[in-house]
Design a binder for this molecule. Sequence first.
Ligand SMILES: Cc1cc2nc3c(=O)[nH]c(=O)nc-3n(C[C@H](O)[C@H](O)[C@H](O)COP(=O)(O)OP(=O)(O)OC[C@H]3O[C@@H](n4cnc5c(N)ncnc54)[C@H](O)[C@@H]3O)c2cc1C
Length: 493
Amino acid sequence: MDLKDFELIYNENRVSISDKQDIESKLKKIVGVNNVSTKDVDLLAYTKDSTLIAFNWEIEGKIAGLPDFITWPEKTEQISEILKLANLEKIPVIPYGEGSGVVGGAIPLYGGIILDMKKFNRVLEINDRNLTITAEAGINGMNMERYLNAKGYTSGHIPQSLYTSSLGGWIAHRAAGQFSTKYGKIEDIVMGMEIVLPQGEIIKFKTIPRASTGPQLDKLFIGGEGTLGIVTKATLKIWPFPEKRTLISYAFPTIEKSFEAVREILREQIYPAVVRIYDQFETARHFPDNEKAKEKVMTIFICEGNSKLVALEELITRNTCEKNSGIDCGENPVKHWMERRFRVTETSSMPPYKIVFDTLEVASLWDDAANIYHNVLDAMNKFKGVLMITAHVSHFYPNGVGIYFSFGGVPPRGITDLEFYQDCWDTTIKTVLDAGGSIAHHHGVGINRSHWMDEEWGNAMNTLRKFKKVIDPNNILNPGKIYKRTWEERGEN
Ligand SMILES: Cc1cc2nc3c(=O)[nH]c(=O)nc-3n(C[C@H](O)[C@H](O)[C@H](O)COP(=O)(O)OP(=O)(O)OC[C@H]3O[C@@H](n4cnc5c(N)ncnc54)[C@H](O)[C@@H]3O)c2cc1C
């Protein structure tokens, strides 16, 4: 099959490049002949990220977006040169980590140059006294964690996509790991960064535990989603590998009771590394044989670290769960989760049945958490074509939560996959905003949420747009993401 046989979903505004051969030879001069490709097989590999709807398209012979060049730079200076060339020629550049993003962030909507970061894969330093690791931004998550574990440390950042995501991708999307309740999200873990700005300038934010040196400009690049700069290196916090782990699980009669228990635990400044609340539908799906959890809300905890502290954390966690009508379900549910925590067969099995499936995470204060959960379920259950809507809650703070919804359905007759998908997203997001929540907890904005950013940010969004214009006047870096006002606007440059 030839590339031209595939239908291109985002085709309207591909940037036309008059002399492709000339650009290709200039790119080869910058990164070397082996680090540039225009072969169909390579172009095809970079047409999408892991946005689930794109798997449905793949089966139907459709491509999300088609790039023109794939590059694998090896040095920061090469990235700077590529960006200077791209500005001169007005060609988009799309940074690419491992393509595990699930909001379309790495899809080349306008074509252009894919800047694959995989050759930025080295650990540069571990500092035991400062408890830091410095690594290149393209490093694979699992490789970095294994390296740390072998030396007796952990970064505490263990996303489900650990095997298939990169440090730069985590920073770009403000990622959250499964152990985030103790170690924080990536924005709590990053301490310093090197960035290449859209016009090629290289800047560094030094590694320091805290500073009082004016506004924290570095924060703008955490969550920049490849639109404001390219992260080439970062320094992260690390921790000694936990001495002890305790596995705890309780089944609660309602999600409200479970929320109360976890809220009270965190209020005591007890931070289990893992806390996961499964609503009754996900409890039935994941723990079907657990009699104690029948029609209940399974909640699992892992406390880890210094043995004495873990013993105290366990005691307070258990007492608080029992005070809130929790029924002790033992270690097995946690072991079950540990064994399966990187498996995602459920999602990839849907597209062959033409089911449109996706997950969508949001954030809220404790005040709004239960309302958001119930309102989203009500709104989605009323939606024609929706077959399932469930949730679990897996990121907790003393002040609130990150809620993770999963939905699946079949588009009613006359409605395309994409329209149905967009309607499901919009229904959920509108419901969350109406109930006082935030539209994203850790997957980022990408394509799927960009048209909600004005509602999310209010008029502060205009300031962000102005900043983007100043820093990237030619709109070279990852155009079509974050700043657009409508789904359709993605097709405009
Ligand atoms: C099965 C599965 C499980 C997942 N589990 C989690 C989870 O537990 N927690 C979580 O937070 N997310 C999760 N995700 C989402 C995804 O893994 C994260 O968004 C991750 O941070 C993306 O990293 P990546 O390297 O694959 O980035 P990509 O998908 O390649 O890119 C993501 C965005 O970052 C930009 N980018 C990439 N590298 C750089 C760089 N060096 N500099 C600047 N911009 C860059 C890209 O342009 C794009 O906009 C999951 C995804 C899947 C498919």
